[in-house]
Design a protein around this ligand. Structure first.
Ligand code: PEP
Length: 251
């Protein structure tokens, strides 16, 4: 089975529209050369989406958001709906990132509603799962990801699960410089693939301190289809190098 790799840049709460334009100017030529080998997506803050859309016009480099709300519209101050993201041409949206779970109270029930709303708009959810440091130390990794996968994705049909993206992101590896061991990440992702029907065909990414220097080791693993990348995606040249190194292993 061939699963096309994907490298997605999670910019978190970084970059103004001007900074976004400068990034895409530097990123676009190199990224277009890599597109025959891999999918690439830029996931900026909401305020930069229109800038990204215009700057990537005429390419097949994807873009999307870092969160969404499940209702189409209404009195929900501060929220941006999946329907609105669809109208902006978003292809992807992160759901259940550990920072949203930890800092903003996102639950697996909310994750499942967001996924349903995104699928209705034809947007591919990038669903984040992963254990905390305490869970990792307590040997609870598989139990934790199984719970997140079954509570977040259990309501879907196999065919729907096959078309979404899961990102395995150990919380202790995010933004710390301490990436998981590639073999261990491969085993955990292999387990995720067995949790529910359809996940064997789904693309599953690794996230957590992926860098240009370690991307190839992760992408050489048979269960890992690319990366969800935070810090190392903030500089265009650094992210291009990471994508190039990772995609090379899957070619
Ligand atoms: C992330 O926030 O999804 C992430 C993987 O961050 P970093 O690459 O900085 O660890």
């Amino acid at each position: 089975m061939t699963r096309r790799p994907l490298f997605a840049a999670n910019w978190k709460c970084f970059k103004t529209p001007d900074e976004t334009r400068a990034y895409i100017d530097a990123f676009r030529p190199g990224a277009e050369e890599l597109i025959p080998k891999t999918d690439i997506a830029i996931l900026p803050p909401f305020i930069d989406l229109e800038t990204v859309r215009l700057a990537l016009d005429g390419t097949t480099i994807g873009y999307g958001a870092q969160d969404c709300y499940w209702e189409q519209q209404g009195a929900f101050t501060g929220e941006v709906s999946a329907a609105m993201l669809g109208a902006l041409g978003c292809e992807y949206c992160i759901v259940g990132h550990s920072e949203r779970r930890r800092l903003f109270g996102e639950t697996d029930e909310m994750v499942s509603k967001k996924i349903t709303a995104l699928l209705a708009e034809g947007i591919t959810p990038i669903v984040c799962v992963g254990e905390t440091l305490d869970e990792y130390k307590g040997g609870l990794t598989l139990q934790r990801v199984m719970q997140q996968v079954s509570d977040g994705l259990g309501h879907l049909e196999d065919g729907e699960r096959a078309n979404l993206v899961v990102a395995y992101e150990p919380v202790w590896a995010i933004g710390t410089g301490l990436a998981d061991d590639p073999d261990s990440a491969n085993r955990t992702i292999g387990y995720i693939r067995q949790c529910l029907g359809g996940l064997d065909e789904a693309r599953v990414l690794y996230g957590g301190s992926m860098k240009a220097e370690n991307a190839a080791q992760f992408c050489a693993q048979p269960n890992i289809d690319g990366g969800l990348v935070g810090s190392a995606s903030l500089d265009a040249v650094t992210f291009l190098k990471l994508v190039e190194n990772g995609a090379e292993m899957r070619a």
